[in-house]
Design a protein around this ligand. Structure first.
Ligand code: SAM
Length: 378
């Protein structure tokens, strides 16, 4: 836990999930800039109806929730768990905060909308398009991000969907964006979800805005699905970090006897995976869908096959902690002789980790960019 010191007070904030040797803070200089600005400008008095969008781990919710009515809207299940955890750690009432996930519409008459700019331009576009219809002209909209994440195209999105937009000077490499809601601007619908037909099949793949490779099939995923194994012995298969669920869908297709479990921490990924699976099998084939931190809570020794295309960044934090957690938890949930199949960029050297963990790692296929690896629990 680290202490966030801002004009609103001092707050203990931690990331979620808690990791033993956490080097990263649960907030950034953009949160601090925004909170300082809200205090100096006198914008936040009391009892405002505030919509917080993409609040990482609660830096904004925790600091503003005592005096205001907060709705927090996010695509990240992990972030939302972090916000809840930090409210509790600071003796604040998490029930007083309304949690909306990215599939919900956060409809309401908000006085203030604060946006942390997400990594994905598509998610921002979707969010701006979806809030515009219910924001009155009197709403104050302020966005914040590290300056490197604010591009001309970011400002253009605000101007296209909401209205006139300007930026602040940079402070500690962070910037604020001020935007007026112009009701005379024609409302534009979000271009998401988008869909494409999965090559070699007649499956239409629906992708909500924040889904990995939302416009077309990822080249790594394409290579992976070419090598998905087929065997009567696979009774329970997990698509770990499922995104739009293509991997699990193709595993289901090749293994008609198997039950499929989809796991992801993004609400939009989970929704896309559900829709894609239901459409592919006309709602006739059951599957389980877990919004989850990797495989937390899934029974040990219960699974025959885990298929995994790991992420290599989480909430802007680059690193392989999540991949490592995915591999370790896969080993836990696999039965004896169960298999973990992983696709990764060659340079990520996943085989070193897998060999260390499982004592074995076989290369199933490789091309210039990717390797498909298999480890067996022995
Ligand atoms: N399986 C899909 C594919 O191959 O196209 C998506 C793979 S994408 C590289 C990695 C996925 O892992 C993303 O959908 C991301 O949301 C998910 N993810 C990231 N961190 C996670 C976590 N802690 N628990 C579960 N899923 C996570």
């Amino acid at each position: 836990m680290q202490i966030l010191r801002v004009p609103q007070g001092e707050f203990e904030l931690g990331r979620y999930p808690k990791r033993k040797k956490e080097l990263l803070r649960a907030w950034d200089a953009a949160d601090e800039y925004l909170l300082n600005y809200l205090n100096e400008s006198g914008l936040v008095k009391k009892d405002l109806n505030v919509l917080l969008i993409n609040d990482g781990f609660g830096a904004l919710t925790v600091t503003l929730s005592e005096d205001n009515k907060i709705t927090t809207w996010s695509d990240s299940w992990l972030s939302q768990q972090g916000v809840r955890q930090n409210l509790v750690e600071n003796n604040l009432d998490s029930k007083a905060v309304t949690f909306k996930n990215s599939i919900d519409e956060p409809q309401g008459a908000y006085d203030l909308v604060l946006i942390k700019i997400p990594k994905s331009h598509a998610l921002l576009e979707d969010q701006l398009a979806r809030i515009k219809p219910f924001l009155p002209e009197t709403t104050t909209v302020i966005a914040a991000a590290m300056a490197r994440s604010i591009h001309t195209s970011t400002l253009k999105l605000f101007e296209k969907y909401l209205g006139p937009t300007k930026t602040s000077l940079a402070k500690k490499k962070a910037r604020l964006i001020f935007c007026e809601v112009d009701k005379s601007l024609a409302e534009i619908k979000s271009p998401y979800p988008k869909s494409y037909v999965l090559e070699g099949t007649d499956y239409t793949i629906i992708n909500h805005a924040n889904v990995f490779s939302r416009e077309s099939l990822d080249i790594g995923t394409r290579f992976f699905i070419q090598h998905i194994p087929q065997s009567e012995k696979y009774k329970r298969i997990i698509d770990l970090g499922c995104g739009n669920g293509i991997v699990g869908l193709m595993a289901a297709n090749k293994n008609p006897q198997a039950d499929i479990i989809f796991s992801d921490e993004s609400y939009m990924a989970m929704q896309s995976a559900k829709e894609n699976y239901e459409n592919a099998f006309n709602g006739q084939r059951k599957a389980e869908f877990f919004l989850n931190d990797c495989l937390t809570g899934i029974n040990k020794d219960s699974v025959d096959l885990v298929l995994n295309n790991p992420p290599f960044h989480q909430n802007n934090a680059v690193g392989d902690a999540v991949a490592w957690q995915m591999f370790k938890q896969s080993k836990d949930v696999l039965k004896q002789e169960g298999e973990l199949w992983v696709i990764g960029n060659r340079h990520l050297n996943y085989h070193v980790k897998l060999k260390k963990l499982f004592g074995n790692c076989k290369t199933i296929a490789s091309n210039k960019k990717f390797v498909v690896l298999k480890s067996v629990k022995i």
